[in-house]
Structures are given as structure tokens and as C-alpha cells.
Write a protein that binds this ligand. Structure first.
Ligand SMILES: *[C@@H]1O[C@H](CO)[C@@H](O)[C@H](O)[C@H]1NC(C)=O
Ligand SMILES: *[C@@H]1O[C@H](CO)[C@@H](O)[C@H](O)[C@H]1NC(C)=O
Ligand SMILES: *[C@@H]1O[C@H](CO)[C@@H](O)[C@H](O)[C@H]1NC(C)=O
Ligand SMILES: *[C@@H]1O[C@H](CO)[C@@H](O)[C@H](O)[C@H]1NC(C)=O
Ligand SMILES: *[C@@H]1O[C@H](CO)[C@@H](O)[C@H](O)[C@H]1NC(C)=O
Ligand SMILES: *[C@@H]1O[C@H](CO)[C@@H](O)[C@H](O)[C@H]1NC(C)=O
Ligand SMILES: *[C@@H]1O[C@H](CO)[C@@H](O)[C@H](O)[C@H]1NC(C)=O
Ligand SMILES: *[C@@H]1O[C@H](CO)[C@@H](O)[C@H](O)[C@H]1NC(C)=O
Length: 310
């Protein structure tokens, strides 16, 4: 029995909006950087094609869900980075990156530099050396339209933001300290029935310090844009952060019948790669405020739960 929490709940009857996991369009965003064009059949086009088509089958994806490589000679050298979400099995990782390779070429034809961000993987290429360099510019920030508290309940809102901050700070440090995989995921209880689920991840080619710095920028987006929001994502070239009040990532414990996901080569990353399932996508494309399917649940701590449609 957690009496302080119960006491707060009695004094301030909090209203929550809980988003339910209805499948939504897969989140994705393309960024075609107009920094230069290549021509069809040029050396750059051949290098780019060779590099991108090597990504899905690359053995680099086995150990850490990460690809970073370069091909060709200046001025036709191409650099590429591919990264899968830390809980993704290698087969799903390959398939996500394969889809991204096809999609990015269609979305950004003849662009020397472009990127694609999807909930499960990201892909970037450029004619400048992007490997190992931290980029904390914003691709997008998206949030759940539901608020943690309705009716200006400041105490509930503050408590929500402060628990969220605590969780996100811890995850930042865990993710940044990772070596092969800079990924961390965790859950925190807000009330008996409302929980925070959060993930943070950096591309593993950047340093611990740069990873922290990138995730600091992402946390700043959360503070600025997602005050009291029930879910929020900040997506950047070098790092991604997301939290929700429902489980959107897989943990090892979710795997009912664990099977080896990873070739038995390097040491396991900090948390064992779990079995993936279809995670509900939640964002539309290229809007900063994205719609979720939500149901309002008004919670009174003595157990009365009224459900109404939002
Ligand atoms: C690249 O091509 C697009 C259209 O094909 C054009 O709008 C753009 O200005 C070009 N960019 C450069 C840097 O030449
Ligand atoms: C590219 O090469 C193919 C085959 O060599 C040729 O058919 C096509 O016309 C060329 N395209 C351009 C834009 O030069
Ligand atoms: C990648 O996608 C193409 C079609 O888009 C398909 O033919 C190919 O088999 C896929 N490769 C992998 C490794 O999934
Ligand atoms: C959530 O809060 C924001 C700002 O505090 C407000 O603009 C918005 O209308 C609220 N949304 C809902 C669904 O209550
Ligand atoms: C969070 O809540 C769940 C379910 O009520 C419980 O099993 C778990 O132990 C709680 N975790 C913490 C850290 O309190
Ligand atoms: C790719 O990243 C790894 C770290 O994950 C690093 O050791 C390696 O040097 C990088 N490769 C290139 C080409 O930068
Ligand atoms: C990126 O990080 C630098 C250094 O930490 C910081 O000065 C800058 O404001 C950050 N940019 C964004 C968009 O957060
Ligand atoms: C969100 O939903 C509202 C009303 O249902 C609609 O008007 C708006 O266009 C939607 N926004 C997005 C980004 O889909």
C-alpha cells in the first residue's frame, strides 16, 4: 500500500487520457537535403547505389543493428548510416532498412544527401562525412494529443513531468554508456494503472558525451513541446527519444518463447535483444502534432474508472 500516493490522489482527483494501441500509419519522415544533385549514371550514382544496396544484407547489422560505411573516392565518395531500434531482431532490421533504401531513393531522387526516419529504423546518406559526427538538429517532434491532466491540475501535471524527467535522465545515461548498442528502455509507474514506457537511443558511432548532448537536446524538446503530454517523440539524426503511457517496445520478458535472435558472436548488449512483434505505429507523416487514437479514462484513486470516448 502506497499511502503518500494514495493521499495525493484523494486530494487531487486526477484525470488521465490513456491512449490505446490501435494500429496507426507507420511513422516516417524523409529529409531531402538540397545540398547538391547527382546525375543518373554518374560515378556518384553508381557508388550510392552500391553502398545502399549493400546495407540490408550487411553482417554489421547482426551485432548491433547498425551500419556505417563509405564507398568511392572524393568527390564521388558516399557515406551512409543505418540504425535499427534497439529492440529489433536482425531480420526485421534488414527488412526495415531494405524498405527505407527503396523509399528514400523514390522520395529524394538525385539528391546527394538524404535521410529517412521510421519508427523502427533510420537511414542517412551523404557526400560529406557524416560518420561519427553528432547531429542534434530536429527531424521532428511529435506528441500524443492527450494531456496527463485536464482542468489545470497543476500538481498532477508537475508530478507527471517530474517522474518523466527522472526516467528520461536515467535512460539518457544508460543509452550513452552503451558501446555496441546505445539503446535503453524502461518503465516507471505513475499510478497503479498508469505507467511510463520510454526508450532512448543514439547511433553508436558517436561518443558517450555526444550521445548525452544529443539526448539533452531531445529532452529539451520534450520539456518545450510536450508539457504534460501522454506521449512524445523527438527524432534527430544522431539520437531518438520516445515515451508513451503504453508499451511500444519489446522487452526480453515479453518473449514467451525466446529464440536466438543474434548470431552468437560478440557479447550481448546491455539488455538482451528481445523478440519483436508488430509495434503499433503512431505518427502521421511530417506533422508536428499527430493524432492518436485515444480514449479518456478518468481515474479516481479509490478505484472508480469511467471510460468515455475522446
Ligand atoms: C536539384 O534538383 C532539384 C530538382 O530536380 C532542384 O530543384 C534543385 O535546385 C537542385 N539543387 C541543386 C543544389 O542544384
Ligand atoms: C543511363 O545508362 C543507361 C544504360 O547504359 C541508358 O540506357 C540511359 O539512357 C542512361 N541515362 C542517362 C540519363 O544518361
Ligand atoms: C528488398 O526489397 C526488394 C523489393 O523492394 C526485394 O526484392 C528484396 O528481396 C528485398 N531484400 C531483402 C534483403 O529483404
Ligand atoms: C493539453 O494542454 C495544452 C496546453 O497545456 C492545451 O493547449 C491542449 O488543448 C490540451 N489538450 C487537451 C486534449 O486537453
Ligand atoms: C509497477 O506496477 C506493476 C503493476 O502494478 C508492479 O508489478 C511493479 O512491481 C511496479 N513497479 C515498481 C517499480 O513499483
Ligand atoms: C563505424 O562505427 C564503429 C563504431 O560502432 C567504428 O568503430 C567504425 O570505425 C565506424 N566505421 C567507419 C567507417 O567510420
Ligand atoms: C545541439 O547541441 C549544441 C551543443 O550541445 C547546442 O548548443 C545546440 O543548441 C543543440 N541544438 C539543438 C537543435 O538542440
Ligand atoms: C487530427 O484530427 C483532426 C480531427 O479529427 C483533423 O482535423 C486533423 O487534420 C488531424 N491531424 C492530423 C495531423 O492528421
Amino acid at each position: 500500500m502506497d499511502s503518500p500516493r494514495l493521499c495525493i490522489c484523494f486530494l487531487f482527483i486526477l484525470n488521465f487520457v490513456v491512449s490505446l494501441t490501435t494500429p496507426q500509419p507507420e511513422p516516417r519522415s524523409n529529409r531531402c537535403s538540397d545540398t547538391g544533385n547527382y546525375t543518373t549514371n554518374s560515378t556518384y550514382a553508381r557508388n550510392l547505389n552500391a553502398l545502399l544496396s549493400s546495407i540490408p544484407a550487411s553482417s554489421d547489422l547482426i551485432s548491433d543493428g547498425f551500419f556505417n560505411s563509405s564507398i568511392g573516392q572524393n568527390p564521388n565518395q558516399v557515406y551512409a548510416i543505418g540504425l535499427c531500434r534497439g529492440d529489433l531482431a536482425v531480420a526485421s532490421c534488414r527488412s526495415c532498412l531494405n524498405d527505407s533504401v527503396q523509399a528514400i531513393i523514390q522520395a529524394c531522387p538525385n539528391q546527394k544527401e538524404a535521410g529517412r526516419w521510421h519508427d523502427l529504423c533510420m537511414l542517412r546518406f551523404s557526400n560529406r562525412n557524416i560518420l561519427g559526427s553528432m547531429d542534434n538538429s530536429s527531424v521532428y517532434v511529435a506528441w500524443n494529443i492527450g494531456n496527463a491532466t485536464n482542468g489545470g491540475d497543476e500538481l498532477g501535471n508537475e508530478r507527471f513531468n517530474s517522474l518523466r524527467g527522472y526516467l528520461l535522465f536515467n535512460l539518457r545515461d544508460q543509452a550513452a554508456a552503451g558501446s555496441l548498442r546505445k539503446y535503453a528502455a524502461d518503465v516507471a509507474n505513475y499510478t497503479n494503472i498508469l505507467r511510463f514506457y520510454a526508450t532512448e537511443q543514439c547511433t553508436p558511432d558517436i561518443s558517450e558525451l555526444d550521445c548525452k548532448s544529443c539526448l539533452n537536446s531531445a529532452m529539451k524538446d520534450v520539456t518545450t513541446d510536450c508539457n504534460g503530454r501522454l506521449g512524445c517523440s523527438s527524432i534527430k539524426p544522431s539520437c531518438v527519444l520516445r515515451y508513451e503511457t503504453y508499451q511500444f517496445f519489446q522487452t526480453a520478458a515479453d518473449a514467451s518463447a525466446p529464440t536466438p535472435l543474434v548470431a552468437p558472436t560478440p557479447p550481448m548488449p546491455q539488455s538482451p535483444p528481445p523478440i519483436p512483434t508488430n509495434t503499433p505505429g503512431m505518427h502521421d507523416v511530417s506533422h508536428s502534432c499527430l493524432n492518436y487514437s485515444t480514449t479518456v479514462i478518468r481515474i479516481k484513486c479509490y478505484g472508480m474508472v469511467v471510460i468515455t470516448n475522446a
